[in-house]
Write a protein that binds this ligand. Structure first.
Ligand code: FE2
Length: 376
């Protein structure tokens, strides 16, 4: 059963020991950062922003940072077979390594989380250049994913020391993507609750929503999910684990092909999903498709919405509502050849939930893709 848990009033004002200003950036380890950057610019409309590599004194890897409104992604490739990132790529293929969070004090964030059981990934350090300083630290989370705590209030340069501003002659337009709405992790059998407890104990998050396998099972593919949120709600991490179904869970397919736990999808917000998705599709982003019958009972299910149904139907955009409003969402196909990470595009019109009313249609769509891959 879906359980909505009301967050305690003014939690942020009481004892938030890890105040977060939001997502700072998401770093993906990829096989060829130069080509990935081209893809995220061409297909998703990200813009050139910063670069680190041999030309900036980093000899063993290359990172491109791209930006669109408040959303920053970093694409990193190692330059030799002996680099530790090469092992990550060999095992997982392209995928998310870092979910970096914007903090007020990176040294305190480290002390608060490691004293509560967080496993150190990066001891606090201060990076400086002529534009000021960035302080950072980090801890491990599920799989090989890490959280970096980034404190940039005393930095005026581009991104952070070690990077230079980067601009090429190729600058496709933006697509209306604005910021990370939520980032979802897939964890192994019986691992959801331990990771829920990690976010509660180590990072002070609250479980704001739970779905069990009665909510999220179709004929075949089942999962369970709990949504973790920080005090001000700027950072939301749903955690999925597989559940028993007639055949293989979509989460299990991910775990098999990623060869471990990891980030399943990143949801990026837009203010105009019809325009954004029209542009993304024209630029080659592939989305899951939904039978047009989904739209026959849409108005009966969600009531009045501002958007015309016709473009939603043409694009395959899903709609769901909760007590506070409605949301529109759509999911890409995996953006790697392994059926692992994908993106969600979401527009919230009051709703704070995650589209439970769409799970059935969505999972049937995922299952059709799983069946095509022979993995159902
Ligand atoms: Fe999502």
């Amino acid at each position: 059963m879906e359980t909505m848990i009301q967050p305690a009033a003014n939690q942020a004002a009481t004892t938030d020991f890890l105040p977060l200003h939001g997502t700072d950036y998401v770093e993906l380890y990829v096989g060829n950062a130069k080509q990935s950057a081209h893809y995220y610019k061409t297909a998703f409309g990200f813009q050139d922003y910063a670069y680190a590599g041999p030309e900036t004194g980093v000899k063993d890897k290359v990172s491109y940072v791209l930006i669109q409104d408040k959303m920053r992604i970093m694409l990193t490739t190692p330059l030799s077979s002996s680099h530790p990132i090469t092992e990550h790529l060999k095992k997982h293929g392209d995928g998310v390594k870092v979910l970096a969070l914007m903090v007020e004090d990176a040294y305190d964030a480290y002390a608060q989380t490691t004293s509560r059981g967080g496993k150190s990934y990066m001891e606090p350090q201060t990076l400086t250049d002529e534009f000021g300083e960035v302080r950072m630290s980090g801890i491990h989370t599920y799989g090989e994913v890490v959280h970096l705590f980034i404190e940039r209030k005393n930095y005026k340069g581009t991104f952070m020391p070690g990077f230079k501003a980067h601009k090429t002659n190729y600058n496709p337009t933006t697509t209306g993507l604005k910021y990370a709405d939520h980032c979802v992790g897939n964890v192994g059998w019986n691992q959801m609750n331990p990771w829920v407890k990690f976010y509660e104990d180590v990072m002070g998050f609250k479980n704001i929503l739970s779905f069990d396998d009665n909510d999220i099972s179709t004929e075949y593919s089942a999962l369970m999910s709990k949504v973790m949120s920080n005090g001000n709600g700027y950072v939301k991490f749903p955690i999925n684990e597989p559940a028993e179904g007639k055949k293989k869970s979509q989460v299990e397919e991910y775990l098999d092909f990623y060869e471990g736990e990891g980030v399943q999808h990143i949801a990026i917000a837009t203010d105009n999903i019809v325009e954004t998705v029209t542009t993304l599709q024209s630029r080659g982003v592939e989305f899951l498709t939904i039978p047009t019958s989904y739209y026959d009972e849409l108005i009966d299910r969600v009531g009045h919405i501002d958007e015309d149904i016709e473009p939603l139907k043409r694009l395959g955009i899903l709609v769901d509502k909760d007590d506070e409003g409605y949301l529109l969402q759509i999911f890409t196909k995996p953006v790697e050849d392994r059926p692992t990470m994908f993106f969600e595009i979401i527009q919230r019109k009051g709703a704070k939930s995650f589209g439970k009313g769409n799970f059935k249609a969505l999972f049937e769509s995922i299952e059709r893709e799983q069946a095509l891959r022979g993995n159902l």
